[in-house]
Design a protein around this ligand. Structure first.
Ligand code: FDA
Length: 415
């Protein structure tokens, strides 16, 4: 137990000098820390005497802002291979017992209108608030306390003693089960903290190193000088990194590269790795240029390429390929060189935009420490970890909420 303020035994002073034994006391069955996606889902299934606490002013804040306010709440094609984890098998049990179809059924039964945007991604037609309302309704049996911080946690004989602080008032709670659903470190200004990892460490549960995932990537000065004038340019690209490849939109920004294909690849990227870009993979651009060379040989090569790519990007690609002049000036070798740049453009990021803008946090509570059916700690009975705090991270496209629903359900029904 390495956190003093988390391990103060009941009856002894807390960090602020107050004594837990003087505060009102409650006996409950389940305390869930975090009223986000996983915590609310768990509360909907965890039975009587469940309390959910969150230091935020409102429940489900990340749900509210997700999917541009429309919440990409699941993905029709969700499978274990859409998730990253040191143990790729861990997520299988929960995902197969509470599937995307179970959540879709709940959404449909509530009469929430939704649609598929692309690639199996389901979004609300109206507002992400519909999902928050649904979860709150499902969890109506639970006592949800917002603006409430956890002052300390101590192991008791039959569970845990927890001190809660709300508007300067302490409450002590004895609970048989403690569920940690505090999410990852992404978007600290929305209340994200490393609290879940600290609770794990307090109980000697291993936490794997964390890093930002689904995040825009940044580049060194030389590449940025070329990219900045192209900020706003978007196109389709197949982006490969460390054996994973994603064919989706790519966006050039003032800070580097973004867009779905880059966000997806970012979860596979580690320092010093390169990305390989195939620009507009559905088009055979070089064959089109060869055909044009016959009919319009006098056209400048950058103008010809500009018919297939945004013109600023076309100019940049022509420069990298070392071409100049008209189409008629280009030999087959020159066009092969251009093809290599268009299909295998190597770019080496220097970093990412970090937790400030990342959609998720990779790494976290080591799944080796948890039971995959229940999410319960193997060493501390009654202690559960669910959602993003666990080392299971989904692709972009509704997968991370599905993990929150499935893992929250697994813990809730096991309690
Ligand atoms: P979540 O972050 O939802 O909840 C954690 C809760 O714990 C929060 O309410 C927080 O306030 C609380 N908490 C933290 N520290 C605490 C402390 N010390 N004391 C008390 N409470 C504490 N995924 C997806 O599938 N589809 C999508 O469309 C999107 N879109 C999206 C957009 C943006 C901008 C972001 C940042 C993320 C997404 N995601 C997403 C990812 C998704 O939001 C995320 O994976 C889930 O919300 C994770 O659910 P959890 O319940 O684990 O954490």
């Amino acid at each position: 137990m390495n956190l003093r303020f988390l391990s103060t035994p009941s009856g002894t002073p807390l960090a602020n000098g107050r004594k837990l034994s003087h505060s009102p006391h409650m006996q409950i069955n389940t305390l869930i820390i975090g009223a986000g996606a996983a915590g609310l889902m768990c509360a909907a299934h965890s039975g009587p005497k469940t309390m959910v606490v969150d230091h935020a002013k409102a429940a489900g804040e990340k749900i509210r802002i997700s999917g541009g306010g429309k919440c990409n709440f699941t993905n029709m094609y969700a499978e274990p291979q859409n998730f990253l984890s040191a143990n790729p098998h861990f997520c299988k049990s929960a995902l197969s017992r509470y599937t995307q179809w179970d959540f879709i059924e709940m959404v449909a039964a509530a009469g929430i209108p939704y649609h598929e945007k692309t690639l199996g991604q389901l979004f609300c037609d109206t507002s992400a608030k519909d999902i928050i309302k649904l979860l709150k309704t499902e969890a109506r049996g639970a006592d949800i306390r917002l603006n409430t911080s956890v002052e300390h946690i101590a192991k008791a004989e039959n569970g845990f003693d927890v001190a809660l602080m709300h508007e300067g008032k302490l409450t002590s709670v004895s609970t048989a089960n403690l569920v940690v659903a505090t999410g990852g470190k992404s978007i600290p200004k929305m209340g994200a903290t490393d609290f879940g990892y600290r609770i794990a460490r307090q109980f000697d549960i291993d936490v794997l190193p964390t890093r930002a995932g689904l995040v825009p990537l940044t580049f060194g000065q030389d590449i940025m000088e070329a990219l900045k004038p192209m900020a706003g340019v978007s196109l389709n690209a197949r982006v490969s990194c460390n054996g994973a490849a994603f064919e989706e939109g790519l966006l050039i920004t003032h800070r580097g590269l973004s867009g779905p294909s880059i966000l997806q690849a970012s979860s596979y990227w580690h320092e010093k790795d390169s990305l390989f870009l195939h620009l507009e993979p559905a088009l055979d651009i070089v064959q089109a240029l060869k055909d044009q060379r016959q009919q319009a040989g006098r056209m400048a090569v950058h103008t010809a390429l500009g018919a297939h790519l945004p013109s600023k990007l076309a100019n940049y690609i022509i420069e990298i390929a070392g071409l100049s002049g008209n189409l008629a000036d280009q030999s087959d070798n020159d066009l092969a060189q251009l093809e290599a740049v268009l299909t295998e453009l190597e770019m080496r990021p220097t970093g990412s935009e970090g937790y400030r803008t990342a959609e998720v946090t990779l790494g976290g509570v080591n799944t080796d420490a948890l039971n995959s059916k229940t999410m319960e700690s193997r060493t501390v009975p009654g202690l559960y970890f669910i959602g993003e705090v666990v080392d299971v991270t989904g692709w972009l496209g509704g997968y991370n909420f599905q993990w929150a629903w499935s893992s929250g359900w697994a813990a809730g029904t096991a309690i």
